[in-house]
Design a protein around this ligand. Structure first.
Ligand SMILES: Cc1cc2nc3c(=O)[nH]c(=O)nc-3n(C[C@H](O)[C@H](O)[C@H](O)COP(=O)(O)OP(=O)(O)OC[C@H]3O[C@@H](n4cnc5c(N)ncnc54)[C@H](O)[C@@H]3O)c2cc1C
Length: 478
């Protein structure tokens, strides 16, 4: 149109019949010279795990770049679920077991920073439903984005937001660099060691790593719902004898307020419960503000893996239709929500699993349930999302070993977050936010040490990694 317009003004026309769109089914891209940027460590994906990985790598002294496609860090922690599970062991479900904060380090620093800006409930103890989790750590998702962005910058990370990781430059089984695309152009980022925190395992896939696509979860677009009353929601659930989970913590600056509620849907009025069932809506919510439900989850099970663009497009539309119906349900049935509206949606649907990347070790359900530890543990963890059906033995912890984070077949690539662990029931533990954050600290620290020592991820001495993690306030007791 522009060409035709200019042509018409200049008194000549362009013959569009010469633009042949039927010329073959493949287009060969011309070779292009890309500018190169050089780093010690590149972290792909600035979400739940990536924020922590990049911060950890930079704090070890590595020149670190973070490549994040959205305009902010935080990832699914700010878009998907209700609370950060879990910094603690499940002590409340096991009488006699001591309360213990099992994930500390950078993950806890984020909470400390959020606390200062009124952006978290704190580690609020569950007063009901503590067979599931003993605490609820709810966050203000927008403050989380700001706080983590600031932490990255303060740590010296070169933060590239609005930048897509679009390829890997391979040298045999070693990654030499990655291709990054933004409105500043297409660039090559060379580094000695890489961490894939893209959730989808994009970097590992580009590097030729083995993977599968289990498609074993629904996709989701959670909504933040404003103009509501969580206290009236509590009364509504209580009046139907439906409350299954409850926690009190800091809300709108005041302690001792309800910050988490979950309910038995079948107890609620049939119009609400059946309507919620039809749109895959969860009853559970958390809040750190008086008039806001931070998350209401709307689920949809796709027929194929969420790496399929065209099926994702259909799911995106379906989820937005379901979100609108969810608001109608709240307005109609829940007192205090008559004028509720959608205040936040995720910019794209959230996944619970995309690609499953093959690593040197695959954490098994028995490792989780038997509270197994390994001689190369890089963190410990005690939460299972299917509790009380599955709980870590005696309210203890299991270890996540370094080998579970090394991408098989690639010399200098680590993986952190939802892309590890093949067994669905084991993944229901390892995929949770606080586990991903701990994995982030482990992989970022390891990548920086590998870069400093010019070694591959398998040559790094565990004793050195462990020492650096302990210095980073990572907790290791079982
Ligand atoms: C609906 C839902 C509810 C959940 N509920 C809870 C809960 O209540 N509590 C809990 O603890 N856990 C919950 N989880 C699980 C948990 O939130 C996720 O498993 C975890 O946050 C995943 O972290 P991650 O770092 O692997 O991925 P993410 O946090 O998603 O980070 C991946 C990042 O990589 C970026 N990225 C992806 N591809 C590229 C690319 N090619 N180039 C550049 N950047 C890229 C993304 O934009 C994103 O920021 C829930 C998950 C979902 C989906």
């Amino acid at each position: 149109m522009l060409i035709l317009g200019i042509g018409a003004q200049a008194g000549c026309t362009v013959d569009m019949s010469k633009v042949d769109i039927n010329l073959g089914n493949y287009y060969e891209e011309p070779v292009k010279k890309l500018p190169v940027r050089k780093f010690d460590v590149v972290v792909a994906g600035g979400g739940t795990a990536g924020v922590v990985a990049a911060t950890a790598a930079a704090r070890q002294g590595a020149k670190t770049a973070l490549i994040e496609v959205k305009g902010y860090p935080g990832g699914t922690a700010t878009e998907g679920g209700t609370a950060l599970h879990s910094f603690y062991n499940l002590w409340k479900a096991f009488p006699g077991v001591k309360k213990c904060q099992v994930v500390r380090g950078i993950a806890q620093e984020i909470i400390d920073r959020l606390m200062k800006v009124g952006g978290t409930s704190g580690h609020a103890e569950m007063s009901k439903g503590y067979n599931y989790d003993s605490v609820c750590t709810a966050i203000d998702t927008e403050m989380y984005k700001l706080v983590t962005f600031e932490m990255l910058v303060e740590s010296g990370v070169f933060v590239c937001v609005n930048t897509l990781l679009a390829g890997a430059i391979m040298d045999g089984s070693r990654i030499r660099g990655v291709i990054a695309e933004s409105r500043s152009g297409r660039e090559a980022f060379y580094a000695k060691c890489f961490v894939d925190c893209t959730a989808y395992g994009d970097l590992a896939a580009y590097a030729g790593a083995d993977y599968t696509e289990p498609n074993d979860y629904p996709v989701v677009n959670s909504i933040g719902v404003a103009n509501v009353s969580i206290d009236k929601y509590y009364e509504f659930l209580k009046s139907h004898d439906a409350i299954t989970q409850q926690a009190e913590g800091i809300r709108s600056g005041k302690d001792g307020q309800i910050v988490r509620l979950d309910g038995r849907r079948v107890n609620l009025p049939s119009g609400f419960s059946e309507g919620a069932g039809k749109i895959g809506m969860s009853i559970v919510t958390t809040s750190v503000h008086d008039n806001y439900f931070m998350f209401i989850k709307i689920n949809f099970k796709m027929p194929v893996s969420p790496t399929n663009r065209d099926e994702v497009a259909k799911a995106e539309l379906e989820l937005r239709r379901r979100q609108a119906k969810a608001i109608e349900l709240f307005r109609e049935y829940v007192p205090g929500c008559e004028k509720a509206f959608i205040a936040r949606t995720s910019p794209k649907l959230c996944i619970r699993r995309g690609r499953l990347i093959t690593c040197d070790y695959d954490i098994a359900l028995s490792d989780v349930l038997e509270a197994r530890h390994f001689d190369d543990d890089v963190m410990v963890y005690g939460f299972h999302d299917s509790a009380p059906r599955f709980q870590v033995k005696n309210g203890g912890t299991y270890g996540i070993p370094y080998r579970a984070l090394r991408v098989a077949g690639i010399e200098n690539l680590l993986a952190a977050g939802m892309m590890i662990t093949s067994d669905h029931d084991a993944h229901m533990s390892t995929r949770n936010t606080v586990s991903c954050m701990g994995q982030g600290q482990a992989t970022g620290t390891a990548a920086a040490l590998c870069a400093a020592k010019n070694c591959g991820t398998r040559e790094l001495r565990y004793s050195e990694l462990r020492k650096a993690l302990v210095n980073g306030d990572v907790y290791f007791e079982s």
